[in-house]
Design a protein around this ligand. Structure first.
Ligand code: ATP
Ligand code: MG
Length: 251
């Protein structure tokens, strides 16, 4: 689905390649979480994947085609939800459809209403983003990402600003959406437990500059419930991941 081949990237103001000869790939329909310490370059990987940044070397392909030749190949949910405050929730969701073009107003309204009810926000289309709770905003931002129609979704720490109970509800909700829509999801998080609960494979950033993403399989079948996190093999995996990441954090 997505492949990085020997990709390097350097921010213009820096004197080193933060992404240095990185290769990895993800299969269609998979759910990968990228974990790594703050500032290690996780969001940079997403900005390269969605074309906001151009690699200085290497190639990024989706479905075998270089991304420069593709349009609308990924839906991106940035680290902050970035719903436009001057647009209603419904107008925010309509944005990717307007950008794509070719739909009548009635068709846009129909798709937006279907997407809102899909994420449990039926009837919220005329509200402003500030009238929604944090979890509702994230669901609206996710619905907008889905409306790009892309099979590849890049979700950058979508739940990190939520309180614990809302976050675990959103995690369960996201897994259900994933199983329903059969998308390929790449999900960035700092939260090791979140990564273990959600993904079939965790990609660990072990050092910066990023040369490799270390793949770690999560030994649990879907559908999952939170009880499975208490299973010894998952509890152990969580501790292993914490140990890898802690090595990079100096108090
Ligand atoms: N536009 C920029 N110009 C120069 N350096 C940048 C720029 N954007 C990010 N960086 C630097 O690149 C590094 C990686 O940034 P990135 O946003 O990819 O980190 P991250 O792993 O997503 O961190 P976090 O978990 O805190 O979101 C950081 O050290 C950051 O300061
Ligand atoms: Mg980031």
């Amino acid at each position: 689905m997505l492949r990085f081949e020997h990709v390097s990237y350097r921010y213009p103001s820096e004197d080193f390649d933060i992404i240095d000869d990185l290769s990895f790939s993800v299969e269609p329909g998979s759910f990968h979480c990228i974990v790594g310490v703050s500032g290690c370059g996780k969001s940079t990987i997403f900005r390269l994947t969605n074309g906001l940044l151009q690699p200085k070397a290497g190639e990024i392909t989706v479905g075998g085609t270089p991304i420069g030749q593709l349009k609308q190949y990924c839906g991106y949910m940035p680290q902050r939800d970035l719903l436009f405050p001057w647009r209603t929730v419904g107008q925010n969701l309509a944005l990717p459809l307007e950008l794509r073009g070719g739909l009548s107003r009635a068709q846009v309204r129909e798709q937006v209403e279907a997407a809102l009810s899909d994420v449990g926000l039926a009837g919220c289309g005329d509200k402003r983003p500030e009238e929604l709770s944090g979890g509702m905003r994230q669901r609206a931002a996710f619905a907008r990402t889905l409306l790009t129609g892309s099979d590849l979704l890049l979700l950058d720490e979508p739940f990190s600003a939520l309180d614990f109970l809302t976050r675990i509800a959103m995690q369960e909700w996201l897994l259900a959406q994933w199983q329903r829509h059969k998308k390929t999801i790449l999900f960035i998080t700092h939260d090791v437990e979140e990564a273990v609960f959600l993904s079939d494979r965790v990609l660990v950033v072990e050092s910066t500059p990023i040369h490799t993403l270390t793949p770690v399989e999560v030994p649990a079948a879907y559908p999952r419930s939170r009880e499975c996190l208490a299973r010894p093999e998952l509890a152990e995996l969580k501790e292993q991941l914490i140990a890898i990441l802690r090595k990079q954090v100096t108090p």
